[in-house]
Ligand binder design. Structure first.
Ligand code: RET
Length: 133
């Protein structure tokens, strides 16, 4: 499959609001987040990945090694500490985020030259699609 690496821009965003409510993000920050032009920048060096969610208002960056649980602090989002594990399952890059919120994680994959990202938390599912910049 095509690489997920590179710079991507958001072209569709379904139920980001519901996902943010599930995370307990307040109404003021949700309103800002919904209006932002989001970009995703993904870099890979061996089995080390860096994923950046970039916007004019605030960025969120984290990095990890495949198949190795790590401590993630969701600074500037819901400000929680979770234990995250990222693995490839077929053509999907899958992350499970274990912590206070149940059923939390995300999945990235490429389909028709687009980057798909599903974000989920406690029964809410957000679907984002990005096109290559
Ligand atoms: C922004 C703007 C400030 C407010 C909020 C944000 C939410 C970001 C999220 C990022 C998730 C990134 C993931 C990447 C996986 O590859 C846009 C930083 C709430 C939810 C899961």
């Amino acid at each position: 499959p095509a690489s997920i690496c590179g710079a991507w821009e958001l072209i569709s965003n379904v139920n980001f609001e519901g996902y943010m409510v599930a995370l307990g993000i307040g109404p003021y920050l949700r309103k800002i987040a919904l209006k932002l032009k989001l970009r995703k920048v993904i870099e890979q060096h061996g089995d080390q990945y860096v994923i950046k969610t970039v916007s004019p208002f605030r960025n969120y960056t984290f990095s990890f090694k495949l198949n190795q649980e790590f401590e993630e602090f969701t600074q500037g989002l819901d400000n929680r500490h979770v234990k995250s594990l990222v693995t490839w399952e077929g053509n999907k890059l899958v992350c499970v985020q274990t912590g206070e919120k149940k059923n939390r994680g995300w999945t990235h994959w490429i389909e028709d030259d687009k980057l798909h990202l599903e974000l989920y938390c406690e029964g809410e599912l957000c679907r984002q699609v990005f096109k290559k910049k």
